[in-house]
Design a protein around this ligand. Structure first.
Ligand code: UDP
Ligand code: MG
Length: 326
């Protein structure tokens, strides 16, 4: 990596955090100076309605390491992180929340794990949390489900805002919607498997209020479903829908054929038999055939769509030997 790049890019997504910013910027600067890190601090203002942007302008005027981006409206934490990742050019990228709940004192430890211990991603773990129980309990549940689904068994706290990444990771993952909760999962599926955890200090919110309400749990759950689906079948939808559809259609077809043939047999041999339309199984089998066809069609359409996806051939090459064949 080029030596002109900073050692660390700190990315901070923020929404209405005017009170915290000066203190946070000052603290980060102290930590960086003490450890002789070259750094950039990227503040992404996610459409704040308070004076956050003014504060950022003032801070940036005093400290040339500080950069700022302001969104036109509030697009969400994931969008803010995405923009920050795009802008970052340090060898190690560290994200933290703007509300002073995460301590900048953790930066050197996190940096070391990425730069020296060669982790791809290190997630903070707020072992001792200063949050209400209405937040900590559901979060425990979420984390355990996410561990099971993703197979990342060593993380306790997927949604911690304080994380460190190798620059290659942030340039190769797509954080959208509200997927910031599942960045380690996304990173793993892209192929970054050395994922670690570091216990970090968690502090109570000093200023302002939390920006996420109860809907975080519903959204979080739906996002978990879609991330599981997209990663398993996103590139091969026909494998899921096609299999299910074919199974259901075949079941319906053979069942209906059986009913039909046995009916014909009865008619020819003068055995009394109920009408097909009076047998419930007839309707069930019919429905099965219809749903089977629909599923197959859904799979086919999804397959056509994914053919047009510009990301369809996205892969990361780790090493390559390029011998000329001539
Ligand atoms: N945030 C953001 N956009 C949003 C909501 C939140 O950039 O739409 C930022 C927020 O300013 C903070 C971080 O995301 O820096 C985490 O938010 P918060 O502290 O409200 O979440 P909690 O700690 O309660 O989970
Ligand atoms: Mg917070």
């Amino acid at each position: 990596m080029s030596t002109t790049n900073p050692d660390i890019s700190v990315v901070i997504p923020l929404y209405n955090e005017e009170e915290s910013l000066p203190e946070l910027a000052e603290w980060i600067d102290q930590v960086m100076q003490k450890n002789h890190f070259r750094y950039e601090l990227i503040m992404v203002d996610d459409g704040s309605k308070d004076s956050s942007w003014k504060v950022i302008e003032t801070l940036a005027a005093k400290n040339s390491n500080i950069k700022g981006v302001k969104f036109k409206r509030n697009y969400g934490k994931s969008a803010a992180l995405h923009k920050g990742f795009e802008a970052a050019c340090g060898n190690v990228v560290i994200t933290m929340d703007a509300d002073l709940q995460d301590s900048p004192d953790e930066i050197p430890g996190l940096y070391k794990m990425i730069a020296e211990e060669k982790y791809d991603l290190v997630s903070g773990w707020k072992k001792k949390r200063h949050d209400p129980i209405s937040k900590t309990l559901p979060s425990k549940f979420f984390n355990s489900v996410t561990r099971k689904v993703s197979g990342i068994n060593n993380l306790h706290d997927f949604n911690c805002g304080l994380k460190a990444y190798h620059i290659n990771v942030v340039k190769n993952i797509e954080v959208y919607g509200e997927m910031h909760r599942y960045i380690p999962v996304i990173a793993k599926w892209v192929g970054f498997t050395k994922i670690g955890e570091k216990e970090v200090e968690h502090r109570a919110r000093k200023y302002g209020v939390t920006k996420f309400g109860l809907e975080r749990f519903v959204n979080g759950f739906l996002d978990l479903l879609s991330i599981t689906f997209v990663s398993r079948f996103g590139k091969k939808p026909m494998h899921l829908f096609g299999t299910l559809g074919t199974l259901m259609f075949t079941l319906g077809l053979f069942g209906a054929m059986y009913l039909g043939i046995s009916k014909i047999y009865c008619v020819y041999n003068d055995i009394p038999a109920t009408r097909l339309t009076q047998r419930p199984s007839f309707y069930l089998l019919l429905t099965s055939m219809i749903i089977g066809t629909q599923l197959f069609l859904a799979g086919f359409l999804a397959e056509m769509i994914s053919r047009n996806d510009k990301d369809r051939n996205r892969y990361i090459i780790e090493k390559e030997i390029n011998r000329s064949v001539h």
